[in-house]
Design a protein around this ligand. Structure first.
Ligand code: 6GU
Length: 229
């Protein structure tokens, strides 16, 4: 899989992509992540990538020219399955969407900054839009990282234990059961006995019950999805 990320603040993207699971996935050639500074494509003499909104209002809007040129140059090199745009005025990302994005071979993520991007970019180039929740962030870079992490961990071979990605919260529509590690007694707080019982069927049932209990308490809206299934 190849992911091209376009940003006016590419510095924000280094770090999260260089370590841990994503860093290893890149090192092992499971995913190619290429970051592009949209400023490099600006034909403005000051390399400007934003301008005042027509009709007035606060904030600056990213101009179409550098974005169109950048994406057109990428599309000359290969075919892309999707051009994704993180934006608060979109549907909220969920595991189902992530699962479907993880099947793409080549994808572009365009990070908007400032007040947004010119609507013509969204109309002409963007294929999918997503928000990561009902709150406001300063730009699309952090949501892009959220998306990349959620996708890359699904690529076969990226997570050592091949079952563990499927066990994630949300993968079955429920939150995960609690987990414990050594010691079995920490300052008098003991782990649930069943987990040390060696009885795999009992443990599976306990985890299932805990997942349902937790989901009902914290996210009853999700429980409804499971009951309806
Ligand atoms: Cl995708 N972008 C921005 N700027 N803010 C957000 C968001 C995205 N999702 C939630 N808030």
């Amino acid at each position: 899989m190849r992911i091209d990320i376009i940003s006016a603040v590419p510095e924000l993207l280094s770090g999260p992509l260089d370590h841990s699971i994503i860093g290893r996935a890149r090192d092992f050639g499971k995913v190619d992540i290429v970051i592009h500074d949209v400023r490099a494509y600006s034909k403005d003499k000051h390399k400007k990538v934003d301008d005042y909104p027509f009709g007035g209002g606060a904030g600056l809007v990213m101009t179409p020219q550098p974005i169109f040129d950048c994406i057109e140059s990428l599309k000359k090199e290969r075919t892309y399955d999707a051009v994704l745009f993180p934006t608060p005025d979109a549907v909220v990302l969920d595991q189902k969407m992530v699962n479907s994005f993880s099947l793409f071979e080549n994808l572009i993520i365009l990070c908007g900054h400032y007040k947004g991007v010119d609507q013509r970019v969204r109309d002409e180039i963007i294929t999918h839009e997503f928000s990561i929740g009902d709150y406001v962030l300063s730009g699309g870079e952090l949501p892009a990282m959220v998306l990349v992490d959620s996708i890359v961990r699904l690529i076969p071979g990226v997570i050592g234990d091949s079952e563990s990605a499927l066990d994630d919260s949300f993968q079955d529509g429920l939150l995960s059961a609690p987990v414990y590690t050594r010691p079995a007694d920490f300052r008098g707080h003991k782990i649930p006995e069943v987990l040390a019982s060696g009885n795999h069927e009992k443990i599976r049932k306990w985890r299932e019950n805990k997942a349902i209990e937790r989901t009902g308490k914290i996210r009853p809206d999700l429980l409804r999805n499971v009951i309806d299934k």
